[in-house]
Design a protein around this ligand. Structure first.
Ligand SMILES: Nc1ncnc2c1ncn2[C@@H]1O[C@H](COP(=O)(O)OP(=O)(O)OP(=O)(O)O)[C@@H](O)[C@H]1O
Ligand SMILES: [Mg+2]
Length: 367
């Protein structure tokens, strides 16, 4: 796989980062600071630079520093020895992205150029949380396999909303319902196809990773479970049949918005049954699979962002996480309140940074 790294980042008016210029190391970058100093903000800025999206808010304009109109992140990315400059500018209601000062044809084309995978403390909801968490994982991954997946999701969501509005405004025999349902089925089937492909690859990767991480007598099973029949006529018929029920419950009972990536350990559903430790192992297995599938799809090794790694993990789990990270080889940015606990191993290239009140400086290694 081709190596990929971000080597220079300039952040302006991004949350509490007024003006930050950093040169990142090619392997481990340890960003240390107390609570509320801007560690997550810095990772978020790097993620926005790479993907044009945030991993913590859906409203991107939230990242613009209070009292400012425009936030920007500009950085140099080195892929297999070739450098490119990427930049993202954000202001209320508008986002501009550029690669080497040119606009990419679509946002999806920008989003897949510099693959990054994030680990943050809330990530355990991939295993413990609602199916929407796993659908987001499916969509994140599907995007790298086929950027068109993003449009299908968009079109499907709009069609589904329009159908529900028609149902609520004019009842189950409204004339335009059939048209909206045809659109739901067209985009729904395409979306399910993208997710099925992503789901299959993620399932294989997660099973293999889980076998390495967890107890040898446990086996993880993961499978994509579509929320609608994959047959066009059957799907259409189901939508039509459910109109009165969907009107009463206020949402459609069939469709890929009900997709699931079903997880079970040795035959039992993970949700509600697995222990905390098993949830962590499942989460790590899914993230390992995400890294592998995205890496394979793009042919480059994704950059890993780990937020707040040491806060929740005990010594043993931290050791397990780092042995996993050492296997991964590529560039890693991680944040911590306790840099002395971060054992990146001997002879590994490591750059340490301290962040305080939104200011970042390079420091010598704390051990
Ligand atoms: N739009 C914004 N403009 C200015 N400051 C902001 C904005 N959004 C968030 N902040 C500030 O950023 C700070 C939090 O930064 P961040 O979440 O990066 O902290 P952290 O170092 O990750 O802390 P922790 O260790 O608690 O996770 C808070 O003080 C918050 O008020
Ligand atoms: Mg944080």
């Amino acid at each position: 796989m081709r190596p990929l790294r971000v080597d220079e980042v300039r952040v302006r008016s991004f949350r509490n980062l007024a003006s930050v210029d950093v040169e990142l190391g090619e392997r481990f970058n340890v960003i240390a600071g107390d609570n509320g100093q801007g560690k997550t903000n810095l990772l978020e800025a790097v993620y926005v630079l790479a993907t044009s999206k945030s991993f913590r808010s859906s409203k991107l304009t939230e990242v613009v520093a209070f009292g400012h109109d425009l936030a920007s992140v500009r950085g140099r990315v080195i892929e297999d020895g070739d450098a490119r400059v990427q930049s993202v500018g954000l202001r209320a209601g508008a986002r501009s992205v550029k690669i080497d000062d040119k606009r990419p044809p679509t946002l999806a084309a920008y989003a897949v150029r510099t693959p990054m995978v994030v680990f943050h403390p809330g990530e355990i909801s991939l295993s413990m949380g609602a199916s929407s968490e796993r659908r987001r994982l499916l969509d994140r991954t599907a995007l790298y396999l086929a950027p068109a997946a993003m449009d299908e999701l968009d079109c499907y969501t709009k069609a589904l909303r329009a159908r529900q509005r028609a149902l609520e405004a004019r009842g189950p025999s409204a004339k335009d319902l059939a048209d909206w349902e045809t659109l739901c089925v067209r985009h729904g089937l395409a979306l399910m196809e993208h997710r099925a492909r992503a789901g299959g690859l993620l399932a294989d990767g997660a099973k293999a990773a889980f076998a390495r991480i967890a107890a040898p007598d446990l086996e993880l099973d993961a499978a994509y479970a579509p929320g609608a029949p994959r047959d066009e006529a059957a799907y259409l018929e189901e939508l039509e049949r459910r109109r009165p029920v969907d009107l009463r419950r206020g949402s459609a009972g069939v469709g890929p918005h009900r997709d699931e990536l079903a997880l079970s350990i040795s035959g039992h559903a993970v949700r509600g049954v697995a222990s905390q430790g098993q949830h962590r192992a499942v989460t790590l297995a899914l993230k390992a699979a995400e890294i592998d599938v995205i890496g394979e799809a793009r042919g480059v090794r994704p950059v890993l962002l780990l937020d707040d790694v040491s806060s929740e993990l005990d010594r043993e789990r931290t050791a397990a996480l780092f042995s996993f990270l050492r296997e991964q080889e590529g560039q890693v940015l991680l944040t911590t309140t306790r840099p002395e606990l971060i054992d990146t191993g001997p002879n590994t290239a490591r750059a340490d940074f301290a962040i305080r009140g939104g200011r970042v400086e390079r420091v010598s290694r704390v051990v």
